[in-house]
Design a protein around this ligand. Structure first.
Ligand code: ADP
Ligand code: MG
Ligand code: ZN
Length: 651
C-alpha cells in the first residue's frame, strides 16, 4: 500500500467518525436521558393528567412527563403550552426557521423559567394498537401533535448519514482490495495501480548473457542521466524501446536494471491489468500515467506484456474486452505521439509475442527501437549461473561451465531456478556448500519436474516403463547421429512422465541436419518398439513420443524441405520468431487437396520408415535390452557409464 492510499483511507475514516459524532451524539444522549415505561403505566399517567406532551411515532410514543408535586402541575402545564406554541426562530438553518420546539428545547425553557430539574422528564413507551388513546388524549387535553423531531436532524440521520456510511464503506473496501473500478470516485487517477519505484534495486550487473541488449540500452541510460548533452547536439533519442524475447529471458529484469542504472523513477504497469478494467478506464489510465510521468521527468514508463493491449486490431472479434483494448491502445498511440522526445520520458515495453503486436505500435516515432533477448547460449548461461550463485557457497567441484553445457534451451529464469533448487538440496542434506551433484540434480528437477517417489507403480507397470526407457536408450546408442544417453531413470517425475531417458549434446548446437532429425524420430519410437517386442503389445505410455515424432516429421516435410517428393518448398511458416525453438508450432498455409495428400503421405512414410528401423534395432539387441531393463528395475537410475558397460558386456 502506498502513501497516497493510506492517506485516503484515513481521510475517509475521519470523515465518517466526525459525521457520526456530530449527528449521532445528541441523539445518543437523548436516548440515555429517556426513561422507558410500560404502556399501562403510560395510560395511567395520561389519566392522572401528568403527561404534558407526546409525539406519536410509528412504533414508539415519546414525550414529557411531570414528576413533581401535584400542586405545581397546572402551572407547569401552562408553561409548556406557551413554549410549544411559540415557534422557534433560532433554528440553525432555513429548513427550520418555522418549527415547533423539540422536547429538549421545552425542557431547557422550563428550567430557565424556574421549574426544578427532574420535575419534568423525557419518557418513551411502546406504541400499542389502541384506538381509544386519541380519545383519552383529547379528554385530558394532551397536545399530541405539537412536537416533532427536528426536521434537519431527522433528514441527516435518516438519509444523509446512512448514505455517507455506505459510500465510505464501499470506498474503503474498494481501496483496500484494489479491484478494478475501485475507483468510480477517482476514474482516471492511476495512482493506486501504477507502481512507482524510486530505485528498482537492480543494475546491469544483475542481468547476464545478453551483452548486446545491454549495450543498446546503455545509450538510453546516458540520455536519462544527461538529457541536455543530447539536446545540445540535436540528437534524437528513441521514444520507445520494445524488449522482445521468449518468457523468462529477463525482459522485466532488464527494464528494472535500466531504471536502476539511470537512477530515475520507474513507472510500471502490466498490459494484462489494463484488460481487466472497466470500459473507458484503461484509456483514462494511460492518459494519467503519461501526465504523472511527464511531471516527474526524467523517468521511465514500463508497460510489461504489452501484447495484452497492443494486439493487432482487426484480429479476434472477442465480445466485450475487444472494444476496451482498442480504446486503450488508441490512447497509448495518442500519448506516444503527443510527447516531445527530449522531455526525458522513455517508454519501455516488453512482450514475448511480437508477432501479434499492432503494426501501428512499431512505426517510427513509437517503439522504433527493438531489443531482442534470446534464450542464452552456453557462455551466457554460465554468466547467468554466476550471477545467481552470488551469496551461495559453491563447493570446489562445482563446475558452472559444465552445468551451462547441460542446459541448452534453458532461459534465465530456468537457470535462476536451478541455482535455487541446488541451494535447497544442499540445505536439505545439511551440506555447508553446493556441490556439483546438487547442481546436476537440480538441472534434472527443473528439466523433468520433481521426482515423485510417492507414486508407486505396480510391478507390471514398472517393468513396462523399464523396457520402454531402455528401448529409447538402446536405439539412441545404435543411431549414429543421436545425442548420447547420459542418464536413464524410472522414478516418476512431474505430472506425467513415468520414466525418462536424458540425452545431452556434447556442444552447443544451433542447426540440425536431416540425419539427426531422422535419428531423433527413431529414438522417439524406440520406447514403443521395445514394449511391442518384449511384452507383445504397446501401451498408451508412448503418446508423447508419438506426438514429438510426428511434429518432427512434419517439420522435415513442411519447413525444412527435407522430403525429396515435396522438394524445397516452405509450406509452413514459423509462428514464433525465436531461433532456438526448433520445432515450434507451425502455421500451415492452405494447400490444394493434391499437395495436402502428398504431404500426408510423406509424413507417414518418414514415420513408418523410422518405426521399422527402431524395431529392427530392438530385435537385433534383444538380450542387451533385457539386461539394461533388469538392472534398471533393481536400481531405478542408471548413469551413462553403467549403461555402456552393460551393453558392451557381450558385444
Ligand atoms: P521475462 O520478463 O523475460 O519473462 P523476467 O525478467 O521476469 O523474465 O525473469 C525472471 C527471473 O529470471 C528474473 O527475476 C531473474 O532472476 C532470472 N533471469 C532471467 N533472465 C536473466 C538474465 N539474463 N540474467 C540474470 N537473471 C535472469
Ligand atoms: Mg516479464
Ligand atoms: Zn518414451
Amino acid at each position: 500500500m502506498d502513501k497516497d492510499k493510506k492517506k485516503l483511507i484515513f481521510h475517509a475514516i475521519y470523515w465518517i467518525i466526525g459525521l457520526a459524532f456530530i449527528f449521532g451524539l445528541p441523539h445518543l444522549l437523548l436516548h440515555l436521558q429517556t426513561e422507558e415505561i410500560p404502556y399501562g403505566k403510560f395510560k395511567d399517567l395520561v389519566k392522572e393528567g401528568r403527561i404534558l406532551e407526546i409525539n406519536l411515532e410509528q412504533t414508539e410514543i415519546k414525550g414529557l412527563v411531570y414528576k413533581g408535586p401535584a400542586s405545581d402541575l397546572d402551572s407547569v402545564k401552562e408553561k409548556v403550552k406557551k413554549i410549544s406554541s411559540t415557534p422557534d426562530n433560532s433554528g440553525i438553518s432555513f429548513f427550520e426557521a418555522q418549527r415547533p420546539p423539540t422536547f429538549q428545547e421545552i425542557l431547557q425553557s422550563l428550567t430557565s423559567q424556574g421549574v426544578k430539574q427532574g420535575q419534568v422528564a423525557l419518557f418513551r413507551t411502546v406504541r400499542v394498537e389502541d384506538p381509544k388513546l386519541v380519545e383519552l388524549l383529547d379528554q385530558q387535553g394532551v397536545d399530541y401533535s405539537g412536537v416533532r423531531e427536528s426536521f434537519l436532524g431527522q433528514f441527516l440521520l435518516g438519509t444523509i448519514v446512512p448514505i455517507l456510511f455506505w459510500i465510505g464503506l464501499w470506498f474503503l473496501i474498494m481501496r483496500a482490495t484494489g479491484r478494478p473500478g475501485a475507483g468510480l470516485l477517482s476514474i482516471g487517477k492511476s495512482k493506486a495501480k501504477v507502481a512507482m519505484e524510486k530505485d528498482t534495486g537492480f543494475r546491469f550487473d544483475d542481468v547476464a548473457g545478453c551483452e548486446e541488449a545491454k549495450d543498446e540500452l546503455a545509450e538510453v541510460v546516458e540520455f536519462l542521466k544527461a538529457p541536455m548533452k543530447y539536446e545540445a547536439l540535436g540528437a534524437k533519442i528513441p521514444k520507445g524501446v520494445l524488449l522482445l524475447g521468449p518468457p523468462g529471458t529477463g525482459k522485466t529484469l532488464l527494464a528494472k536494471a535500466l531504471a536502476g542504472e539511470a537512477g530515475v523513477p520507474f513507472y510500471s504497469i502490466s498490459g494484462s491489468e489494463f484488460v481487466e478494467m472497466f470500459v473507458g478506464v484503461g484509456a483514462a489510465r494511460v492518459r494519467d500515467l503519461f501526465s504523472q510521468a511527464k511531471q516527474n521527468a526524467p523517468c521511465i514508463i514500463f508497460i510489461d506484456e504489452i501484447d495484452a493491449i497492443g494486439k493487432f486490431r482487426s484480429t479476434g472479434m472477442i465480445a466485450g474486452g475487444h472494444e476496451e483494448r482498442e480504446q486503450t491502445l488508441n490512447q497509448l498511440l495518442v500519448e506516444m505521439d503527443g510527447f516531445e522526445p527530449n522531455i526525458g520520458v522513455i517508454l519501455l515495453a516488453a512482450t514475448n509475442r511480437p508477432e501479434v503486436l499492432d503494426p501501428a505500435l512499431l512505426r517510427p516515432g513509437r517503439f522504433d527501437r527493438q531489443v531482442v533477448l534470446d534464450a542464452p547460449d552456453a557462455k551466457g548461461r554460465e554468466a547467468i549461473l554466476k550471477v545467481h550463485s552470488k551469496g551461495k557457497p559453491l563447493g570446489p567441484d562445482a563446475n558452472l561451465k559444465d552445468i551451462a553445457m547441460r542446459t541448452p534451451g534453458f532461459s534465465g529464469a530456468d537457470l535462476a531456478n536451478v541455482m535455487n533448487e541446488a541451494a535447497l538440496l544442499a540445505a536439505r542434506e545439511r551440506s555447508s556448500q553446493i556441490d556439483q551433484a546438487h547442481l546436476e540434480t537440480a538441472v534434472e528437477k527443473v528439466l523433468a519436474g520433481p521426482e515423485r517417489k510417492s507414486r508407486r507403480l505396480g510391478d507390471k507397470e514398472r517393468k513396462r516403463v523399464a523396457y520402454h526407457e531402455s528401448g529409447h536408450a538402446l536405439v539412441a546408442f545404435y543411431c549414429p547421429n543421436a545425442l548420447p544417453v547420459s542418464k536413464i531413470s524410472i522414478i516418476p517425475r512431474g505430472r506425467a512422465a513415468l520414466g525418462y531417458t536424458l540425452q545431452l549434446p556434447e556442444e552447443e548446437r544451433f542447426l540440425i541436419t536431416k540425419g539427426e532429425i531422422l535419428d531423433k524420430i527413431c529414438v522417439s519410437l524406440g520406447g514403443r518398439a521395445a514394449e511391442a517386442e518384449l511384452l507383445g503389445e504397446i501401451s498408451s505410455g508412448a503418446q508423447n513420443d508419438l506426438e514429438m515424432a510426428t511434429e518432427m516429421a512434419k517439420s522435415m516435410v513442411c519447413r525444412f524441405g527435407m522430403s525429396e517428393k515435396i522438394g524445397p518448398y516452405a509450406i509452413s511458416k514459423e509462428t514464433s520468431q525465436y531461433l532456438r525453438q526448433q520445432f515450434a508450432p507451425q502455421q500451415i498455409e492452405a494447400l490444394g487437396p493434391e499437395l495436402a495428400s502428398e504431404v500426408d503421405e510423406e509424413v507417414r512414410r518418414i514415420l513408418a520408415e523410422q518405426d521399422a528401423r527402431a524395431n529392427e534395432i530392438i530385435r537385433g539387441h534383444r538380450e542387451a535390452l533385457k539386461r539394461v531393463a533388469d538392472r534398471l528395475l533393481t536400481q531405478e537410475i542408471m548413469s551413462a557409464e553403467e549403461f555402456h558397460a552393460i551393453i558392451e558386456d557381450k558385444k
